[in-house]
Design a protein around this ligand. Structure first.
Ligand SMILES: [Zn+2]
Length: 381
């Protein structure tokens, strides 16, 4: 019999609920069970064991950019997020020149094939100049389905999501094209009306890119995209729970309307995540990070976050007072399902990858296991 690791004594968060004094048995990189068998090899009394976090919108970390870094830098950024519990991350690109984005997609598709990243997300260039956030306006374009097709082809089957302002010319046809190719069409950086948003959802859009941010606010005569995205159960909403991008009441409103199965916590992290304050580039634009908040040097727009998902988790439980089981769904199970990888990751179930996070009673990370190997060893940390 293969050598197994038996984690014992922790509160284990399973899809069916929280098991006190639970066990997780890991064999050959996978979870083989949670039954009380075997001799405990690690006593985790007083700790939580939760599934590894899945980040479907992440631009980099540890000083490295997924949009522009070398392969080694990208791997360093991925590793930085793993230290904070993110065992699965999609690499998001900010807007760039079409040829550049195609080349980057080709390069990072290899990392996806090797299992280092879970695919590619194009956040631009098909977004609205009115809601451009930290994207270079000079490089924005209308979502022509032929060009959308070019980018997903360049990603060689590893394109997972494209964010679009679906109200622009070609937007609805592009949503249909993405849906046909099994790529998530995400509504975001948009100036759409309520009615235009409903049309995009009917065409096959399934995700709201960082709900509330980079879209018109909720008005009582002009409900805009937010009302449409909140009320339609076909949509899962991304939330950046860093205390800067969202008021806690806005987060509560999203959970209230969507339920815990239709919310995905993301970081939208840029290079400074897990690194520090200073000057950075986001695509072609200069960004200053001060007190952990990233803003464009020109204009001062918020330019991504410096969030790691462990902080989003802790904040959700301790400040937003969400149940741990709901947070686990929003941070692991839901993004895994959306990405179509929930047969391998997103929950602690026999047969799945042994991707898990050990948290102490304060919800700080004490251990991170990825595919059965400790990235952060709880016996050392
Ligand atoms: Zn982003």
């Amino acid at each position: 019999m293969a050598v197994s690791t038996v984690l014992a004594g922790a509160r284990v968060v399973l899809p069916t609920g929280i098991v006190e004094n639970g066990r997780v048995i890991v064999e050959g990189g996978r979870i083989s069970g949670s039954t009380p068998e075997g001799t405990p090899s690690l006593d985790l009394a007083g700790h939580w064991v939760v599934p590894g976090f899945v980040d479907m919108h992440n631009h980099g970390g540890g000083g490295a950019s997924f949009t522009s870094g070398t392969v080694d830098e990208v791997l360093h950024g991925v590793h930085t997020h793993r230290l904070h519990g993110t065992t699965t991350a999609v690499a998001s690109f900010v807007t760039g020149d079409m040829d550049f984005l195609g080349r980057r997609a080709g390069l990072l598709s290899e990392l996806a094939e090797q299992g280092e990243i879970a695919g590619i997300h194009f956040e631009g260039p098909f977004i609205s100049p009115c809601r451009k956030g930290a994207h270079d306006e000079a490089l924005l374009r209308d979502p022509d389905p032929a060009e959308v097709r070019k980018l997903i082809d360049a990603a060689r089957g590893q394109a997972k999501m494209v964010t679009l302002a679906t109200e622009l010319p070609g937007g609805i046809d592009s949503v249909r094209l993405l849906a046909e190719h099994g790529v998530i069409a995400a509504i975001g950086h948009t100036d759409a009306t309520y009615e235009q948003t409903v049309e995009a959802i009917d065409a096959g859009a399934t995700v709201a890119t960082h709900l509330y941010n980079a879209m018109p606010g909720l008005g009582h005569r002009t409900p805009g995209p937010i009302a449409a995205l909140l009320e339609d159960e076909r949509i899962t909403v991304e939330l950046i729970n860093d205390g800067t991008h969202l008021h806690p009441a806005a987060l509560e409103l999203a959970f209230h309307h969507k339920g815990a199965d239709r919310v995905a916590f993301i970081t939208d992290a840029m290079d400074a995540a897990g690194f520090g304050d200073g000057m950075y580039d986001l695509g072609t634009l200069a960004v200053e990070v001060k007190d952990g908040v990233a803003r464009l040097v020109e204009g001062g727009s918020i330019a991504g976050s410096t969030l790691t998902l462990d902080r989003a988790f802790k904040r959700a439980v301790t400040i937003d007072r969400l149940p741990v089981e709901s947070v686990v769904r929003a941070i692991s199970a839901n993004p895994a399902r959306l990405l179509g990888i929930d047969d391998r990751v997103g929950s602690l179930e026999p047969g799945k990858d042994a991707d898990l996070v050990v948290l102490d009673e304060n919800f700080d990370v004490k251990g991170v296991m990825r595919r059965g190997t400790w990235v952060v060893d709880p016996q050392v940390a």
